[in-house]
Every structure is written in structure tokens, then in C-alpha cells.
Design a protein around this ligand. Structure first.
Ligand code: NAD
Length: 369
């Protein structure tokens, strides 16, 4: 393999990390490479003022390394706000592994990734995200204690996805209360996009409550399984976003609310699990506000998972996990009301509260110096 030497003018064309559109004063970005296992990963540490940066690892076949970097920058920033608004003493971090989780994930690759996590001495603590299972975290645990989301048989809190789904359900009900005056979702038409770990558990809550659930996924196998189990209808049309629905629940990948989709969305509420649902938070948050669509901020309502894994560090029990997750209902209602009173987007209202908590802790730390 030859390595090309770039001239200084060519080098200047390469956008450096600090110049990335999604770079937002991140503290540290770690690029991990291991030829033997094929590991190519990026760990993003956004902010550690409230505590160690905790956030899951995503394994995804990114179209380019820039896309992977952009994703880890956006995801780790979101984790900072998620933990801050949930009242956890955690900072924001996230990791991405570039590759196909179905064909390229091996125990050796996961252990090597764990070694990189370990080299950060606890500044970053990992967990599962898209493309990861609890068993993968058990493998990482073999080489580092800086991992959560491990199985209950290994002393962990187990798969966080059902708790995430419960929190999303709570956030959705709060948004319904705000929008319709009742939090009952019976007879509401809800589109769940992505019926993986979280999406499926959300479908279960929704069908139990009598909602009409439509599901969409790129995996035919998932569609069949979830449809057969819960009686949900499968979306097979051309334009997912122009469906006449009450609630849109994005539970796959981020940025589904973007220039191409935003004016087609017919729902009156958006509440789902996916991280970074708004392609551009200010612009798209404002368009939703102007269109009268209630957006329940993703990092606020999908915090059940982090509440669950945080229990492994703080040793609180399942009852406390459920109590904290249920409280997402109250926080969501509070944020929606605050946004309305101050005439700002719901995302803006939530980010502001998170930033206030971080600023307060920073001031306290400075005062104790
Ligand atoms: P998952 O990998 O189990 O499920 C994702 C599902 O989305 C899969 O079934 C996949 O086929 C489908 N999908 C992917 N691209 C799609 C597309 N373009 N259209 C339709 N479907 C598509 O992941 P998960 O753990 O269920 O997480 C879902 C989302 O929620 C992710 O954005 C994740 O970051 C976020 N999240 C998860 C947790 C958690 O506890 N697992 C916590 C917080 C946030």
C-alpha cells in the first residue's frame, strides 16, 4: 500500500476535526485503529464537567470516515445534554465503530476496542448502542471495568432498551397530554420507524394502550416479527412521511427530520428514541414550532437507557430505575410548557436547562479551587 504525501495546499483543503460543522467544543476525540482485528473506531468525549463521559458504542457501515466522525461528534454532544437534563452526574461521550455489525464484529475486535476504552482510564465509559448487544459489553468487560450495559448474570443492569422504550412512552404520553389534553394514546395512529430493540418494546406499550401502530423498517425480518407479535400494520408505500398519522416515533437512525421530510410530516407530535432526530436543531426545530408540531426532544425522552446503565455505577435498584424513568413524563411536560411560555423551540428549552446545570457545576468547581 502506498501512502500519498499531500502538499500543504492540499492539506489545507482537508477539514480538520476542530472545523467540523458538528464540532462543539468537544474535549477529546480519540481515533482507534488496529490492523489485526480490523478495528476502526472513534471515541468522542464532549464534556466531562458533570462526571465521566458515558455513552454507547454504535457499529455502523458509514459511507465515509467523515460521516462516522460527524456522527460521533453529534452523538457525544447529545449525551452531555441527556445526562445533564436527567440530573445524572455524567458527562457526554459516545463511540462509533466503522463496519458491519453482522459480518465484521468479532470478540477479538470488541476486546481490542475495550483496550482503547481502558486506555482513557475511566474518562469515557461505554455501553451498547445500534449494532451492539449486551453480550458485546460482556466481552468488553473482560478487558476494562469502564463499561456498562452488561448482562444481569455478570452483575450488570442488563439490556437498557426496554427501559429506553418505557421512557419514550412516558415522553410521548406527556406530549399527548400537552397537545390533546389527555395522555391516553388509545385510538391514536402512531408510526414507529425502526422496530429494533427499542422500537419493538415501544410497539408493545402502544398496542397495550390501544393505539393503532404502523411500523416501518429496512429489515423485512423485523417487520414480520413485530407485526405478527403485536398486530401492527406494516408500511409498504413510497412516502413514509406523508402518512396521515397522529404521532411519529423515529426509532431508527438520526436526522430523519430534515429539509426533504419536514414539510411532509402530517403528525401533530414527534416523540421517539432515535438520537439527533433534527438534522439541524435550530432550523428544523423552528419549522416544527411554526407548523404547530409538538417535538419531544429526543435526548430528554430517550434517557431511560442511560438511567438504567447509571444504576450499575451508582448501585440503585430496578424500582429506582423505573421511578427515574417515569419522571421523564413530568420533565417533558415542564419543558413543553416552558417552551410555549418563552416562545422558543422545545429543543432550545431543553438544551438551555441542560446548559444551565453544567454552567452551575462548573462555577461550583471553580469556587472550590
Ligand atoms: P437497533 O439497532 O436495535 O434498531 C434499529 C432498527 O432500525 C433496526 O431494526 C434497523 O433495521 C432499523 N433501521 C435502520 N435504518 C432504518 C431506516 N432508514 N428506516 C427504517 N428502519 C431502519 O437500535 P436500538 O437500540 O433499537 O436504537 C434505536 C435508536 O434509539 C438509535 O438511534 C439509538 O441511538 C437510540 N437509542 C437507543 C437506546 C437504547 O437503549 N438502545 C437508548 C437511547 C437512544
Amino acid at each position: 500500500m502506498t501512502t500519498e504525501i499531500l502538499s500543504s495546499s492540499e492539506l489545507n483543503k482537508v477539514a480538520p476535526v476542530f472545523g467540523q460543522a458538528s464540532f462543539d467544543e468537544h474535549e477529546q476525540i480519540v481515533f482507534c485503529n488496529d490492523k489485526d482485528t480490523g478495528l476502526k473506531a472513534i471515541i468522542g468525549i464532549h464534556n466531562t464537567i458533570l462526571g465521566p463521559a458515558l455513552g454507547g458504542t454504535r457499529m455502523w457501515q458509514y459511507a465515509s470516515e467523515w460521516e462516522a466522525l460527524n456522527d460521533v461528534l453529534r452523538l457525544s454532544r447529545g449525551m452531555t445534554f441527556k445526562s445533564a437534563i436527567t440530573g445524572l452526574n455524567l458527562g457526554g461521550g459516545k463511540a462509533v465503530i466503522i463496519g458491519n455489525s453482522k459480518t465484521q464484529k468479532t470478540p477479538e475486535l470488541m476486546r481490542k476496542f475495550g483496550e482503547f476504552v481502558h486506555s482513557l482510564s475511566g474518562k469515557y465509559i461505554t455501553a451498547e448502542d445500534v449494532g451492539m448487544e449486551t453480550a458485546d459489553m460482556d466481552t468488553v468487560r473482560e478487558v476494562t471495568p469502564y463499561v456498562t450495559g452488561i448482562s444481569e448474570s455478570n452483575g450488570g443492569a442488563g439490556n437498557p432498551s426496554p427501559i429506553t422504550a418505557y421512557g419514550v412512552f412516558m415522553g410521548m404520553k406527556a406530549a399527548a397530554k400537552f397537545r390533546y389534553g389527555s395522555d391516553l394514546l388509545e385510538d391514536k395512529i402512531v408510526l414507529v420507524q425502526g422496530v429494533g430493540h427499542v422500537g419493538e418494546a415501544l410497539v408493545e406499550h402502544l398496542t397495550n394502550e390501544g393505539a393503532h401502530v404502523i411500523i416501518a423498517d429496512i429489515s423485512e425480518e423485523r417487520l414480520e416479527k413485530v407485526s405478527n407479535k403485536y398486530g401492527a400494520s406494516i408500511f409498504r408505500g413510497e412516502n413514509l412521511f406523508s402518512q396521515k398519522i397522529d404521532i411519529y416515533a423515529p426509532c431508527a437512525m438520526g436526522a430523519t427530520i430534515n429539509d426533504d421530510t419536514i414539510y411532509n410530516i402530517q403528525a401533530s407530535i414527534i416523540a421517539g428514541a432515535a438520537n439527533n432526530q433534527l438534522a439541524e436543531e435550530n432550523k428544523h426545530g423552528k419549522i416544527l414550532q411554526d407548523r404547530g408540531i409538538i417535538y419531544a426532544p429526543d435526548f430528554l425522552i430517550n434517557a431511560g437507557g442511560i438511567i438504567n446503565v447509571y444504576a450499575e455505577l451508582e448501585h440503585y435498584n430496578k424500582q429506582e430505575i423505573m421511578r427515574k424513568t417515569e419522571n421523564i413524563y413530568n420533565t417533558t411536560l415542564e419543558i413543553l410548557e416552558r417552551a410555549q411560555q418563552n416562545n422558543v423551540t422545545t429543543n432550545h428549552a431543553a438544551v438551555n436547562i441542560a446548559k444551565e446545570r453544567i454552567a452551575q457545576r462548573k462555577a461550583e468547581k471553580l469556587n472550590t479551587l
